[in-house]
Design a protein around this ligand. Structure first.
Ligand code: TYM
Length: 351
């Protein structure tokens, strides 16, 4: 069975971009794959100056949203990244095969580093190597993510390829059969699987409500730029009422109209309709008609998720037991890969 791994950072509230870009695919992929979904708390501290109380709350909230959105603990291992120590260990081992120039080229690093100035941490630069460790530890074949993570996925593939080249068995095979790799176990084999990104056709890049050319993001200080999965119907209505529009009558997916295109895509994602069906229903609407219609479908889509979320949070001990069980399975798999990596690199066996 093929493996899937993904994760969301517990920073701020999970919004429709996270949900449609990634979490919906967690649910779709769990039926036919061995799935690992973590809340990446170690990534959340790379921005610097986080609040410990918020980190804890946000980590539990994020895991509960995975479950409320339909991730099933019977089908997938749901866990907290820091509960599996091998993420940090593999990150270190991969740090030593990752050229610093590869990391300095990452768009998200450059953007965040520009904002943070002199306070930028080593952790922020290293963020994508930790992400590569998350993925490679589980030998994941597929990684459901939004478009914005494609560059990090490419880097993960490059790191895995470089590791296999340096320490994998294929290299030793090429050199000649009498020359053995340190353990001899990887002869003719790669140590790490090179993963692929899995991005949705619609929803891979949900845009901001206040600027159709910028992606919806947790870090935008304007709360009105995003709809959070846990927003109340009134808040959703207010945000949609105030969102950016244009002066054109009627609705279409024209690239020249990024706001209309984004909101129609949202309508499509919330109703499960095709583009054609959405256009049949909405093409002749004016903004004044479309906005309440969009509000209704967003509220309806999120209602069962919000109800399930409340149930999960109110059931004493349930979330902790899911996370504990998820971490047990995750640790089993991660420990094994980490041992393989150490073995291939020539570390003395641990008892
Ligand atoms: P994060 O927490 O920023 O976002 C979580 C997921 O949501 C997707 N996403 C979006 N998709 C569509 N439209 C948007 N506007 C939008 N904004 C965010 C992201 O692409 C992501 O899939 N680096 C990751 C976290 C991570 C991870 C991993 C992901 C750490 N380790 C291993 C996959 C596998 C991140 O920052 O996600």
């Amino acid at each position: 069975m093929k493996r899937v791994l993904s994760g969301v950072q517990p920073t701020g509230s999970i919004h429709l971009g996270n949900y449609f870009g990634a979490i919906q695919n967690y649910v779709k992929l769990q039926d036919e794959h061995e799935a690992f979904y973590c809340v990446v708390d170690l990534h959340a501290i790379t921005a610097g100056g986080h609040s410990p109380k918020e980190l804890e709350e946000s980590t539990r909230k994020s895991a509960a949203i995975y479950l409320a959105a339909g991730v099933s603990p019977e089908k997938a291992s749901v866990f907290v990244q820091s509960h599996v120590a091998a993420h940090s260990e593999l990150c270190w081992l991969l740090n030593c095969v990752s050229p610093i120039g590869w990391l300095e080229k990452m768009i998200q690093f450059k953007e965040k580093a520009r904002k943070q100035g002199e306070d930028v941490s080593v952790g922020l630069l290293d963020y994508p190597v930790l992400m590569a460790a998350d993925i490679l530890l589980y030998n994941a074949d597929l990684v459901p993510v939004g478009e914005d993570q494609r560059q990090h996925l490419e880097l993960t593939r490059d790191i895995a390829g470089r590791f296999n080249n340096l320490y994998g068995g294929n290299k030793w095979k090429k050199r000649g059969k009498n020359e053995k790799s340190p353990s001899g176990r990887f002869r003719g084999k790669d140590v790490l699987i090179v993963p692929e990104a899995f991005t949705p056709k619609s929803g891979g890049r949900v845009m901001s409500l206040t600027d159709g050319s910028a992606k919806m993001s947790k870090s935008n200080p304007a709360e009105g730029s995003r709809i959070n999965v846990l927003d109340s119907p009134d808040v959703i209505a207010q945000k949609i009422k105030r969102c950016k529009t244009d002066a054109i009558e009627g609705m279409n997916y024209d690239d020249e109209r990024p706001e209309a295109k984004n909101l129609l895509t949202m309508y499509e994602l919330c109703t499960g309709m095709s583009r054609e069906e959405v256009l049949n229903e909405c093409a002749s609407m004016r903004w004044g008609e479309f906005k309440p219609a969009l509000t209704e479908v967003v509220v309806d889509h999120l209602k069962p998720i919000q109800e399930k979320y409340e149930e999960i949070m109110n059931e004493e001990g349930y979330l902790d037991s899911v996370l504990e069980q998820g971490a047990v399975r995750a640790n089993e798999v991660a420990e094994k890969t980490c041992a393989d990596v150490r073995d291939a690199m020539g570390f003395v066996h641990r008892k």
